[in-house]
Design a protein around this ligand. Structure first.
Ligand code: 1YM
Length: 648
C-alpha cells in the first residue's frame, strides 16, 4: 500500500468550463477529441501499472456506444478527502487537474499536453460509471450530465454517491462512460484507431498487457511486448534486411528521469527516429532526440578509434554517417515536460538533452565494452564507412537542388508551367501523371494561381535508394526545384512556393504506384510538407452519368447507383480510365476547380504506422506487400494515414 491519502489531492477548477469550451481541454470535438476522452481514462490505468501496481488494462467498446476501461491496480482511493469532504473517486472525477499527477511526492511522471484527467471525460459524457475494487470490497459511483435549475446542461453531476455494493477479492478500477452527443455529435469509437494506440502503449510499457474488445463486431486483440521498445524497433523494420539480429537495447535511469533506447540497422539508407516523452509521441523530435544522437556519434567514434578502425590521421565520422539505415526508438519519462514546435510535438526541456546524452553514452559504452558485441559494432562501422564514402556525392546532389539558377535546373523547371502570380497563399502545384494529362491540365488550368508539372516516367522509389541516387532522378529533381524548399535537413518550409501540392494520377494500379512513390519521397525527405498540411491527392472522376439535359460526375463506385437513379431512364455511363481521356475543360471542371473538386489531404496521424506502411508497400518483401494490400484493399483512395478533405 502507498501512503496515499485523499487529502493529497490538489483541487484547481470547476467542470462547467469544460463543456463551455471543450476545445481548450481536448483540442477538438472531432474524432481526435472524441478518442482523447478515452485516452484520459486509459492513461490513469496505465499510470497505475507503470507505478508497479497490476499488469492489465482492458478497453471494451460497448454496443450502446459507451466504452469501458478496466485495470487491476490498487483502485482509486475511496476514503474521504478531509477538507473537501468528498471521496477520492469523486474528487478525481469532478475536479479539474485533480489527482496524484500534480502531487510530486506521490506520483512519478506527469502526463502530456492535455493531461487534464478523468474529470474532463466525465464532464463531456452523458454518464460515467466508476467501480472500484479495493480492501476486499466493491464500490460504485455514477455521474450524469443533466439540466440544472438554471436550465443549462451541466456535466459530471453526482447521480449516485459512492457506495459499497458488495465484497470482492480483486482490486482495480473499472470505468464506463458514454461521450455526450450534444458535445461530439454522432460519433463512434474506432476499433482500428484504438488498437493502433494500444499497440504503441504496449511497446512503450513492457509490463503492460493491454486488450481491446469490440462488442459490436466481436473483434479483440491483446498486446503484450516483453521486449518493450526493442520489440517496437523490430516491428518497424519487419521485412527489411537487418545488419544484426536483435536491436541494441538500453535502459538507464537517473533521479526523476528514465530512458529507454532501442537501435537497429538495416541495409537501407534512410534515418527513422521515433521518440516519446511520457508515452506521448514527439513527432518533431527535440532535446531528448538530440541527446541520443550525440551519444551514438560519440560512442561509435570512440569505438572506431579504440579499435583502430579510424587511424590517427582519419577524421571522425559525422553523426549522419551513423544514421544511414538506422531505426531508433527513444522513450523517456520525466517531469515538467515542455512541448514546442509547429504542432507542439517537440520536446523543449534543455535538461533532457543532457540527461539522455549521459545515460545513452553510459548504456552504449557498457554495451560495446562486452566483447561479444564486437560483430555488431563491426557491422555498424562498416555501414558508417560506406556512408562516409558516399557523403560527398550526396552533398553535391543536394547542392544541385538548391542552385536555382544553374543551367541544369533551368532545364528541369522548363517542364513546369508556372503560375503567373507568386502569391504563395493561393498558389497550387499539380504534379500530373503523364504528358497527355499534363497537357490538358496546362490548357485547362487557371494560370493565375495553378502551376502544372507533368511527370513523364515513374519517379524513383526513394525507399530503396541512397540520397544521391534519389536526387539523380530527373523527376524528383524537378519536383524539388519547383517547390524551392530544399530537402532533408536543409528543408525550409518558409521558402515553399505553393501552398497546396496536389498529386494527380490515374485511378488505376500504375497511378496508385506513382502516388505511393511520390508520397514516399515526401515522407522521407520533406515530411514537414505533409505535417504542415500542404500535400493533397486530387480525385478525378471515375464515371460520367448522363443523358440529354443531365450530367453528373461520379468519384467512387459506391456513389454510382445513386447517380444512375438521379439520372433516371435512358441514362448512359462513361467510364474514365485515365486523366488523359478528359479534355482540358472537363479536367479543370472535375478535378482542378477549387469550387467543385474533391481533394484528399495527406496527413500522418501516426508516424510509426505510416513508416510501417511505407516499408511494406515500397520495400523489398513482396509477400508482405501482397498481404498488406489484400488486407487494406482500399489503399487506393483511403489510406490509413490519409484523411478526406472535401473542397478547395
Ligand atoms: C480505468 C481507470 O483510474 N486507475 C487508477 C487510478 C488511480 C489509482 C489507481 C491510485 C493512484 C494513487 C493511489 C496515487 C488514481 N488515483 C488518483 C488519486 N483506471 C484508473 N488506479 N492509489 C490509487 O497516485 O497515489 C488519481 S488516479 F488522485 F485519487 F490518487
Amino acid at each position: 500500500m502507498s501512503g496515499y491519502n485523499s487529502k493529497d489531492i490538489v483541487v484547481l477548477e470547476g467542470l462547467d468550463a469544460v463543456r463551455l469550451r471543450p476545445g481548450m481541454y481536448i483540442g477538438t470535438t472531432g474524432a481526435k477529441g472524441f478518442h482523447h476522452i478515452l485516452w484520459e481514462i486509459v492513461d490513469n490505468a496505465i499510470d497505475e501499472i507503470a507505478s508497479g501496481y497490476g499488469d492489465s488494462v482492458v478497453i471494451t467498446l460497448n454496443k450502446d456506444g459507451s466504452a469501458t476501461v478496466e485495470d487491476n491496480g490498487r483502485g482509486i482511493p475511496v476514503d474521504k478527502h478531509p477538507t473537501m469532504k468528498k471521496s477520492g473517486v469523486e474528487v478525481v472525477y469532478t475536479t479539474l487537474h485533480a489527482g496524484g499527477k500534480f502531487n510530486t511526492d506521490n506520483y512519478k511522471f506527469s502526463g502530456g499536453l492535455h493531461g487534464v484527467g478523468a474529470s474532463v471525460t466525465n464532464a463531456l459524457s452523458r454518464f460515467c460509471d466508476v467501480t472500484v475494487f479495493r480492501d476486499g470490497k466493491e464500490f460504485n459511483m455514477r455521474f450524469v450530465s443533466k439540466e440544472g435549475p438554471d436550465g443549462k446542461v451541466h456535466g459530471g453531476i453526482v447521480d449516485k454517491e459512492l457506495t459499497m455494493v458488495g465484497t470482492s477479492k480483486k482490486t482495480g478500477t473499472k470505468v464506463t462512460f458514454l461521450p455526450d452527443d450534444r458535445i461530439f455529435g454522432k460519433q463512434f469509437f474506432s476499433y482500428e484507431t484504438i488498437v493502433r494506440r494500444a499497440r504503441e502503449l504496449a511497446f512503450l510499457n513492457k509490463n503492460l498487457k493491454i486488450e481491446v474488445v469490440d462488442q459490436v463486431t466481436g473483434q479483440q486483440t491483446l498486446f503484450h511486448y516483453q521486449g518493450g521498445i526493442s520489440d517496437f524497433a523490430d516491428y518497424l523494420v519487419e521485412g527489411k534486411n537487418k545488419l544484426f539480429a536483435k536491436p541494441i537495447y538500453i535502459e538507464e535511469e537517473d533521479k526523476d528521469f528514465q530512458m529507454e533506447l532501442a537501435l537497429v540497422y538495416t541495409d537501407g539508407y534512410t534515418e527513422n527516429c521515433f521518440s516519446y516523452v511520457n508515452n506521448i509521441p514527439t513527432t518533431e523530435g527535440g532535446t531528448h532526440e538530440t541527446g541520443a544522437k550525440s551519444a551514438i556519434t560519440k560512442v561509435f567514434n570512440d569505438y572506431a578509434r579504440a579499435n583502430n578502425i579510424l587511424k590517427e590521421k582519419d577524421a571522425n565520422f559525422l553523426g549522419e554517417d551513423f544514421r544511414e539505415g538506422i531505426t531508433l526508438v527513444l522513450s523517456v519519462k520525466m517531469n515538467n515536460v515542455q512541448f514546442e514546435g509547429q504542432t507542439k510535438t517537440k520536446l523543449g526541456n534543455p535538461e533532457a538533452r543532457v540527461k539522455v546524452e549521459a545515460l545513452a553514452t553510459k548504456g552504449l559504452s557498457d554495451f560495446f565494452a562486452n566483447k561479444k558485441m564486437g560483430s555488431i559494432a563491426e557491422a555498424i562501422l562498416g555501414k558508417a564507412k560506406a556512408a562516409a564514402k558516399t557523403r560527398e556525392a550526396a552533398k553535391r546532389a543536394k547542392e544541385l537542388t538548391r542552385a536555382k539558377n544553374s543551367a541544369d535546373n533551368f532545364n528541369l523547371v522548363g517542364k513546369l508551367a508556372a503560375s503567373s502570380s507568386r502569391n504563395r497563399e493561393k498558389a497550387e502545384l499539380f504534379i500530373v501523371e503523364g504528358d497527355s494529362a499534363g497537357g490538358s491540365a496546362k490548357q485547362g488550368r487557371d494560370r493565375s494561381f495553378q502551376a502544372i508539372l507533368p511527370l513523364r516516367g515513374k519517379p524513383l522509389n526513394a525507399e530503396k535508394k541512397r540520397i544521391d541516387q534519389v536526387l539523380g532522378n530527373e523527376e524528383i529533381r524537378t519536383i524539388i526545384s519547383a517547390l524551392e524548399t530544399g530537402i532533408g535537413e536543409d528543408f525550409d518550409l518558409s521558402a515553399l512556393r505553393y501552398n497546396k501540392v496536389i498529386i494527380l494520377s490515374d485511378a488505376d494500379q500504375d497511378g496508385a504506384h506513382i502516388r505511393a512513390i511520390l508520397l514516399t519521397f515526401f515522407f522521407r525527405y520533406m515530411r514537414e510538407l505533409i505535417n504542415d498540411g500542404h500535400v493533397f491527392i486530387g480525385l478525378p472522376p471515375l464515371y460520367k452519368v448522363y443523358k440529354k439535359g443531365f450530367e453528373e460526375y461520379v468519384y467512387s463506385d459506391v456513389e454510382l447507383p445513386a447517380a444512375v437513379a438521379r439520372c433516371g431512364k435512358g441514362y448512359m455511363i462513361q467510364r474514365y480510365k485515365g486523366l488523359g481521356e478528359m479534355n482540358p475543360d472537363q479536367l479543370y471542371e472535375t478535378t482542378m476547380d477549387p469550387e467543385k473538386r474533391s481533394l484528399i489531404q495527406v496527413t500522418i496521424d501516426d508516424a510509426a504506422e505510416a513508416e510501417k506502411m511505407i516499408v511494406t508497400l515500397m520495400g523489398d518483401d513482396i509477400e508482405a506487400r501482397k498481404e498488406y494490400i489484400s488486407k487494406h484493399a482500399n489503399f487506393d483512395r483511403e489510406d490509413s494515414f490519409m484523411n478526406e478533405y472535401k473542397g478547395g
